[in-house]
Design a protein around this ligand. Structure first.
Ligand code: F6P
Length: 325
């Protein structure tokens, strides 16, 4: 292979720039020229494809977001649109593609691969909802942001003897809420995996108040419930004055943590090596200490289990103490 391209798609994630940089540098190592496709699959179809040089990628290790920009582009599910994208690649003589993003990105990558351009996908999403890897690029940076915000919330929550209800991102995956909850020692964590029982939460919050606990933090994965409404109910039915905070897109920004930089470097180097060795149709991932690859079709059919042990730990704590985790 002499020319490959890279795109970032879906929600951006800190560490994507590190992956792009590594792809270019690994490409140079193998004598492969790397092109950047701007604005994901939309830019692919529109032909926004430019060569990337080593200089283009200098001093971006610490920058959040993606220099290639990103887009959500559901139109790419259509075969005729996919074929247009393939034409754009062929016009430039591009023989392989690396796609960086979440499962929507993988689906696009699989389509490109099936239409004859070997493709490898790299997991990058703050949601950590990709089953074929223990962790996706960006998760630990978003976790750090969520943890830092909640530490700050605890300060004011404590000062005012309040309950804070905090919504974090995650789409349909509770990892961000769960890990942040462990990291800040929150009183309640509501995730799609655990569900929640409002009456139990209200009872437990009232118990805490009676035990003279000064403040409470309730973390909720987005889409589980309306956090403003939940705060209103807690405010009404317990003695804690309660406020809701939605952390929102701030969780997607910021300089990637060391862990995300190392992970992005390892995954990207592995992805380009796969393409160099003529292996397309894979997603790369981390399993324990290893960097592994899985066929894209298999990865899309896997169920997320990576964090189940941690959810299980909460189950055990609940049984032992007889309370709500
Ligand atoms: O997938 C990443 C993510 O940030 C999710 O956590 C969230 O549900 C979604 O993207 C938000 O999407 P948008 O940036 O399109 O509002």
């Amino acid at each position: 292979m002499k020319k490959i391209a890279v795109l970032t798609s879906g929600g951006d994630a800190p560490g994507m720039n590190v992956a792009i940089r590594t792809i270019v540098r690994t490409g140079l190592h193998y004598g492969i020229e790397v092109y950047g496709i701007y604005e994901g699959y939309k830019g692919l179809v529109e032909g926004q494809i430019e060569p990337l040089s080593r200089e283009d990628l200098s001093r971006i290790m610490n920058r959040g977001g993606t220099i290639l920009r990103s887009a959500r582009y559901p139109e790419f599910e259509q075969l005729d649109v996919q074929k247009k994208g393939i034409e754009r690649l062929k016009e430039k003589g591009i023989e392989g593609l690396v796609v960086i993003g979440g499962d929507g990105t993988y689906k696009g990558g699989l389509a490109v691969h099936r239409l004859g351009i070997p493709t490898v996908a790299i997991p990058a999403t703050i949601d950590n909802d990709i089953p074929s890897t223990d962790y996706s690029i960006g998760f630990f940076t978003a976790l750090e942001t969520a943890m830092d915000s909640m530490d700050k919330l605890r300060d004011t929550s404590f000062s005012h003897h309040r309950c804070s209800v905090v919504e974090v991102m995650g789409r349909h995956c509770g990892d961000l809420a769960l890990y942040a909850g462990i990291a800040v020692g929150s009183e309640f964590i509501i995730t799609p995996e655990t569900g929640f029982d409002l009456n139990r939460i209200l009872t437990a919050i009232n118990d805490s108040y009676n035990r003279k606990k000064n403040h409470e933090i309730v973390i909720v994965t987005e889409k589980m419930t309306d956090v403003n409404e939940l705060a209103r109910i807690i405010n009404q039915q317990t003695k804690y004055e309660t406020r809701a905070t939605i952390l929102g897109h701030v969780q997607r920004g910021g300089s990637p943590t060391a862990y995300d930089r190392v992970l992005a470097t390892e995954l990207a180097e592995y992805a380009v090596t796969l393409l160099h060795d003529q292996n397309g149709g894979y997603v790369v991932g981390q399993r324990g200490m290893d960097i592994v690859h899985t066929p894209i079709e298999d990865a899309l059919n896997l169920k997320k289990e990576a964090s189940s042990k941690r959810y299980g730990l909460f189950g055990k704590l609940k049984n032992k103490n007889g309370g709500t985790p």
